[in-house]
Design a protein around this ligand. Structure first.
Ligand code: ARG
Length: 575
């Protein structure tokens, strides 16, 4: 409940159904001229062949809105403008303030959702692209979880395949200790590149590597143990990065490609039994309808190569099978970059042909764009290589430390370090989450760390400022939560409406897997709070206005902290 717009929708749905003689959407929207607009009379009139103003009049006459509106006005061809009753808004706010969930009720239809995200590759560096999948995935997990869904995190790391032959041989050549040390310091690319270089011009190494792949596939115990060491070194490093980032991923979430090896023959057999396998250039493939190449020829999804090897697509088919049949998932999300869009569309299409994605099970690729540098090209380091994610994060914290030292020189050293971490990491995450994920964005230190504009520091600062109001007033925040709230000033009303819109903002965000919508909401909230705070004195006001305004402050701070929390960002109480 809580959100007045959805309440109006609930009140009017039966009225519209009555007039229409069947279901009809009242089309309730926010409005610039009033608090809300009901636009449904127009399409309904068209459908019934009557006059929209007449329908609007019947809606008004039904009296359904009497309890929640102080003014209801028909405008133009048949729009209905609504002004909410102040005491209705105040009562809704009071209901939120006393509860724990800020008006957000659990989803009445909880699902089991598997979220596939992060997924770096063993013995390869995490770079800016991994920032996106990790941060977006983490935010979606937190939101879905809060909505009461059962969320299963899966970190589909690249931990299997041909390169492991050469990686294991290289590991043997340099020794485990040297390898472990290099990887601990985050030099994963160095290891990979050295192995690759040897493979390129050392025939003996090539031969060893090929033998090693065969042994790996045959699960030779010694080879598996070496492989295991490589995976452990890499995941230990990934965990360091996750720790810095403050995301939820843990070892139990690891579900790499290796885990699906035994399922791949099953995938193949079941596709074959379903009569879907065809032969193409010696490979075993499935042709999902509607996919063609540049020359308009049908495009195959390769399940088994001509050499008899299973493919990346096969492992993703195995994933679908496992997630649906073993985990009982009814929604599969894949937070993976836009370049893999066709891969996923084809995998989903083949899974549907095979009957693995039945009705009621939804597979969604949640793609995202690239992180760009100043030059609008892929973000590069000064030396020209891909930027290491850890280095970005460390630099963010350093830069934030400078900003904090300047802004609040009184904070003690430990507090300052903690705040710098919170602001720096928050800034990087928020910059990523606040742009429509499908778009590319330019990585811009000054912008993301600015204390004004749509940034994490701005929102964190708004939150900390409210906390400091309570410290100065020496009022316990809990004590204002059952206060009656008065909405006499326009800024109070605007703020109240925004606070009540939190549930629908989250709904919109989750339904479209678009964290930037929640960011926009929080930014609007912080701005409206600022304007409230400028126009409506809090500390200097007389009672009961003072406590009423403190209650608005408290609810704003709670909503900011909670919303940032759902984005995986911490809101400190002082900064
Ligand atoms: N490791 C893969 C890569 O770096 C991403 C895996 C994404 N998840 C999946 N189920 N395919 O491209």
């Amino acid at each position: 409940m809580a959100d007045p717009l959805s309440l109006v929708n609930d009140l009017l749905t039966p009225v519209f159904a009555d007039i229409a003689g069947g279901p009809a959407d009242p089309v309730v929207r926010p409005s610039d001229r009033a608090d809300a607009q009901v636009n449904g009379a127009l399409p309904l009139a068209k459908q019934l062949g009557t006059n929209p103003r007449e329908i609007a009049q019947r809606v008004v006459d039904s009296g359904a809105l009497a309890k929640v509106c102080s003014d209801v006005e028909i405008a133009g061809p048949g729009f209905i403008n609504l002004t909410f009753d102040d005491s209705f808004l105040a009562a809704e706010l009071a209901a939120i303030a006393t509860g724990e969930r800020l008006g957000i009720s659990p989803d009445p239809h909880p699902r089991t959702v598997v979220v596939d995200y992060s997924a770096p590759n063993v013995a390869k560096e995490m770079h800016a692209g991994h920032l996106r999948t990790t941060v977006i995935g983490d935010a979606l997990v937190r939101m879905l979880d809060f909505r009461g869904h059962t969320v299963i995190r899966e970190n589909h790391i690249g931990d299997w395949g041909r390169p492991f032959g050469m990686l294991i041989e290289h590991l043997l050549d340099i020794g485990e200790d040297v390898a472990a040390e290099g990887m601990q310091q985050g030099d994963l690319d160095g290891f990979y590149k050295a192995a690759n270089a040897k493979f390129a011009d050392d025939e003996e190494f090539q031969a060893r590597s090929r033998d090693r792949v065969v042994k790996l596939q045959a699960e030779d115990p010694e080879t598996i143990a070496l492989w295991q060491r490589l995976v452990e070194m890499s995941t230990a490093y990934f965990n360091q990065v996750y720790d810095k980032l403050g995301v939820l991923l843990v070892d139990d979430d690891l579900m790499g490609e290796s885990k699906y090896q035994s399922l791949m023959p099953v995938v193949y057999e079941r596709l074959e039994a379903a009569g879907l396998i065809e032969e193409s250039d010696g490979a075993k493939v499935v042709f999902p309808p509607g996919f063609t190449n540049r020359d308009n020829e049908p495009l195959p999804l390769i399940v088994k190569s001509s050499a008899g090897a299973f493919m990346y697509a096969t492992s993703d088919l195995a994933c679908v099978l496992d997630r649906v049949e073993r985990l009982g998932a009814d929604q599969l999300l894949y937070v993976v970059g836009a370049p893999q869009a066709q891969h996923f569309q084809m995998v989903f299409a083949v899974a549907k042909m095979a009957g693995w994605l039945a009705d009621g099970v939804e597979a969604v690729h949640v793609p995202f764009g690239s992180v760009l540098g100043d030059d609008r090209k892929m973000l590069r380091s000064r030396t020209g290589g891909a930027v290491k994610l850890v280095e970005l994060l460390d630099e963010a914290v350093e830069r934030a430390a400078d900003a904090v030292a300047e802004k609040n020189p009184d904070l003690d050293v430990d507090a300052r370090a903690e705040v710098a971490r919170t602001i720096g990491i928050g800034a990087v995450k928020y910059a990523d989450l606040s742009t429509d994920r499908i778009k590319d964005y330019v990585f811009d230190w000054d912008r993301m760390l600015a204390f004004d504009g749509n940034t994490a520091p701005y929102l964190q600062y708004a939150h900390a400022r409210i906390c400091s109001i309570f410290r100065r007033a020496e009022v316990d925040r809990n004590s204002v939560r059952s206060t009656a709230i008065a909405l006499d000033e326009p800024q109070e009303r605007v703020l109240a409406k925004r606070l009540l819109a939190y549930p629908s903002a989250l709904d919109e965000t989750v339904n479209t897997f678009s964290p930037h919508k929640l960011c926009t909401y929080l930014f609007d909230l912080a701005q409206e709070f600022t304007s409230f705070y400028e126009h409506c004195p809090v500390m200097k006001a007389d009672e009961p206005v003072r406590t009423s305004r403190l209650a608005l402050c408290d609810l704003t701070a709670r909503t900011l902290e909670h919303g940032l929390g759902l984005l995986g960002i911490t809101a400190p109480e002082a900064m």
